[in-house]
Design a protein around this ligand. Structure first.
Ligand code: BDR
Ligand code: CA
Length: 314
């Protein structure tokens, strides 16, 4: 069993990754911390509470409210045209009775790492603000966790915010630079692989037909939320009735990295130069200091296997 802490900005693709984790027999979710991005941190927490309820996962999971601005004090713009007004495609899920855990996100991350004594995997699906703030409090954090999986960045594909940068990294490039240099055993799952992996309307019809009876509500939710997401994907890529798979792919890799191929590299993130903000600077380009550890950057993935695995838990 893998013990994971999910840091997320609970939008549509985060929500599918979360539901996957909650239904997976090999993942145990130790807690959630939220961050602004697809929606406000507060709305992300609200969505997460409702998704836990929807999943009927059978165990209690703390949800902790995290950063609502990046390290430079910026908030927004919130991409409501991608994830809807409430972050989950305007789908109204039933409210949960569960309350938020009253603790700061960095403290919660640190205490979970201490509690699990080297057995915690952090899965970061949004901006890296909470992780950077936790590092500020405890620079030994990278040596206390097993590893960290980050959805973010691009090295070979165009960015989705500017030509060089992906949204999670761009949104708090300063935090990303701190985290990339901190010494985590880290896998980065970026646009190089997430934009090569597609979930289609056909996949969802198959799921509707063959899902477990107990997961029918989950599948109906995924179908409705994806309707909104497919529309954005069509408008931005011209691809009809399908979407790229960002956060769920990172979650699948967190569960079992063998679906990907990796390149080991030292990397940092540009945060000062406005034009290149959010660009990952690898040691294949110019990077001014190399005195930090290497990370694994996912360069290829078995997309068919990934989609089959994703659907299989439901
Ligand atoms: C990333 O940005 C967010 O919109 C998605 O949830 C994903 O984490 C993709 O660039
Ligand atoms: Ca996300």
């Amino acid at each position: 069993m893998k013990h994971i802490l999910i840091d997320c900005d609970t939008g549509i693709d985060d929500s599918i990754a979360i539901l996957y984790a909650l239904k997976s027999k090999t993942l145990h979710v130790e807690g959630f911390t939220t961050v602004y991005g697809n929606t406000s941190s507060h709305q992300a927490a609200e969505n997460t509470l409702r998704l836990i309820k929807l999943s009927k996962c059978g165990y209690e999971i703390p949800v902790v409210l995290g950063a609502n601005q990046n390290l430079d004090g910026e908030y927004g713009p919130i991409p409501i045209y991608i994830h809807g007004d409430n972050g989950i495609g305007n789908v109204e899920l039933p409210k949960s009775e569960q309350q938020l855990r009253k603790e700061s996100a960095p403290d919660f991350i640190i205490s979970k790492a201490n509690e699990l004594q080297g057995d915690l995997t952090i899965v970061a699906l949004g901006r890296l603000t909470n992780i950077a703030l936790a590092l500020e409090k405890d620079p030994r954090l990278p040596y206390k966790v097993k590893n960290m999986i980050v959805m973010g960045g691009t090295i070979g594909k165009p960015g989705n915010v500017n030509p060089y940068a992906e949204a999670n990294i761009y949104g708090d490039a300063r935090a990303a630079d701190i985290v990339f240099r901190a010494g985590f055993h880290m896998i980065v799952v970026g646009l190089d692989v997430t934009t090569e992996t597609y979930l289609s309307g056909h996949d969802i019809s198959v799921l509707e037909k063959y899902c477990d009876v107990e997961n029918r509500d989950i599948v109906q939710y995924i179908k409705s939320a994806l309707k909104f997401y497919f529309k954005f994907n069509y408008e931005s890529t011209g691809c009809q009735d399908r979407c790229v798979v960002h956060d769920p792919l990172a979650m699948l890799i967190a569960e079992n990295p063998s679906i990907g191929e990796y390149r080991m590299m030292r990397a940092a993130v540009e945060y000062e130069n406005k034009e290149f903000r959010g660009m990952i600077k690898t040691d294949e380009r110019f990077i001014s200091d190399y005195n930090h550890d290497e990370i694994l950057y996912c360069i290829r993935v078995d997309s068919d296997l990934a989609i089959r695995r994703l659907l299989s838990v439901f």
